[in-house]
Design a protein around this ligand. Structure first.
Ligand code: XLS
Ligand code: NI
Ligand code: NI
Length: 437
């Protein structure tokens, strides 16, 4: 196999090629349904997994070296930034996402960190211009340091609440400077392990207030993009406050945040919550909160967030179906919140992993288009609800009936025939589209 430095750009080679460093399904400038594939998919590179993660797990140390021989912290982070853009360029990825701590060394204290951070933001701005790349979203890592051990905006300690605000403020400023179109709040440690030490009401109210202040601050600085909450049911805390899409929409409504805030749905978090990826996307859509996607997949036999590159084409097809039905991404995109396996420990593996993930979504897009063009599944659904198109059903849809009328109707129509749901037939239709020659 070729070495990283021998590979200039990953080209589209088509589905019949056996070239490992080529796209089989992702052809960035190919137009599908009036839009280029790169615009449908809006792929983003995740800085943390790609540039910072070195293969550490609970039982062992690094299996990768991402220092490129640099020892001095600022030089190292600049080298990583260079590599991030080199990777995006090679892979035809137009966007990237980062946490504050991913891009800059921590220094001795907050002041030093913010100075490093702002210097790196300048550096990223230069690279963005040079390579013509965009920031999809950024976020503050308010969960890693010891100060955040009991949460950030939900910490029992008000000093931590203030520290969290300082970090989010710096990130919002950076986001505006870099032209980011989203700002993510993933819960981190916003949750709890036991009610024996937790004031849930106070914590939720503080979290709501924190997000209102973040919104008001960013809007006052002219930020026009979206805010996202990324639901996750557990890990690191036992009960994360943003359990799933439905819980999170309820939180957003309670605190008057819906509209400015949408959801960033992560596939692996969906399955941890006992839902499918497409279920979470649909819940977001029906609540008017569809925003962005963290593209990855979990392992159904493991109970944690394995953040694997997505390769399951059933999932990518059904999720791209939701994206297409929504009319596509607006400010959001597909961020690969995914890391190579610990044993896939070379730079070439990073390229191969992104190729696998991007191709899986590109194929998913192609298949979702076919599913829609084929029309059998949509037509079946439409037909299944036809009783709401006339008579009493139409009145229900128009919200123009009442219990007296419904009761009278029911007494007159007591021979009911609920038709078959035809699940197996529909699954075979899906298979025929997925595996057609
Ligand atoms: C962790 C989350 C995290 C967010 C960004 O489980 O997925 O990586 O995407 O903070
Ligand atoms: Ni994520
Ligand atoms: Ni995750």
């Amino acid at each position: 196999m070729k070495k990283y430095d021998e590979i200039r750009k990953i080209e589209y080679v088509g589905p019949n090629s056996k070239e490992p460093f080529g796209f089989k399904y992702y052809n960035p400038d190919e137009v599908i349904l009036g839009k280029k594939m790169r615009e449908h998919l809006k792929f983003a590179l995740s800085y943390w997994h790609t540039l910072d993660y070195v293969g550490v797990d609970m039982f062992g140390g690094p299996t990768e070296d991402k220092s490129w021989g640099e020892k001095e912290p600022m030089k190292l982070y600049k080298k990583r930034a260079d590599m991030a853009f080199d990777l995006m360029e090679k892979l035809s990825i137009d966007y990237y996402c980062f946490h504050d701590v991913d891009i800059a060394p921590k220094g001795k204290n907050l002041k030093e960190f913010l100075a490093n951070f702002n210097e790196m933001v300048e550096y990223l701005q230069t690279l963005q211009r040079k390579y013509n790349k965009k920031l999809l979203w950024c976020t503050a890592n308010n969960f890693g340091d010891k100060a955040f051990m009991a949460g950030a905006a939900t910490s029992p300690n008000a000093d931590v609440f203030a520290l969290s605000a300082a970090k989010v403020k710096a990130c919002l400023d950076a986001n505006i400077k870099l032209g980011g179109s989203g700002y993510v709040f993933w819960g981190g440690r916003e949750g709890y392990d036991t009610l024996l030490n937790t004031n849930m009401k106070l914590e939720l109210d503080n979290l709501g207030y924190f997000m209102q202040m973040a919104r008001d601050y960013a809007r006052s600085k002219g930020y026009k993009g979206d805010f996202y909450i990324e639901p996750k049911p557990k890990e690191p805390t036992k009960h994360q406050y943003d359990f799933d899409a439905a819980t999170t929409c309820n939180f957003l409504r309670t605190y008057g945040l819906l509209g400015d805030f949408k959801l960033n749905i992560e596939a692996n978090h969906a399955t941890l919550a006992g839902h499918t990826f497409e279920h979470e996307l649909r819940v977001a859509r029906v609540n008017g909160a569809f925003g962005s996607i963290d593209a990855n997949q979990g392992d159904m036999l493991l109970g944690w967030d394995t953040d694997q590159f997505p390769t399951n084409v059933y999932d990518t097809t059904l999720s791209m179906y939701e994206v297409l039905k929504e009319g596509g991404f607006k400010n959001g995109g597909l961020n690969f919140d995914a890391k190579t396996r610990r044993q896939s420990n070379t730079l070439e593996d990073i390229l191969l992993a992104y190729i696998a993930g991007m191709d899986a979504f590109a194929l998913g897009l192609r298949k979702a288009v076919k599913l829609i063009e084929d029309g059998r599944i949509d037509a079946f659904k439409d037909e299944r609800y036809r009783s709401y198109k006339e008579g009493i059903g139409q009145k229900i849809m128009q919200k123009s009936t009442n219990f007296d009328e419904l009761s009278k109707y029911a007494l007159e129509h007591d021979e009911i025939n609920v038709e078959s749901g035809r699940q197996e037939y529909l699954e075979s239709v899906l298979n025929s589209i997925l595996f057609e020659k």
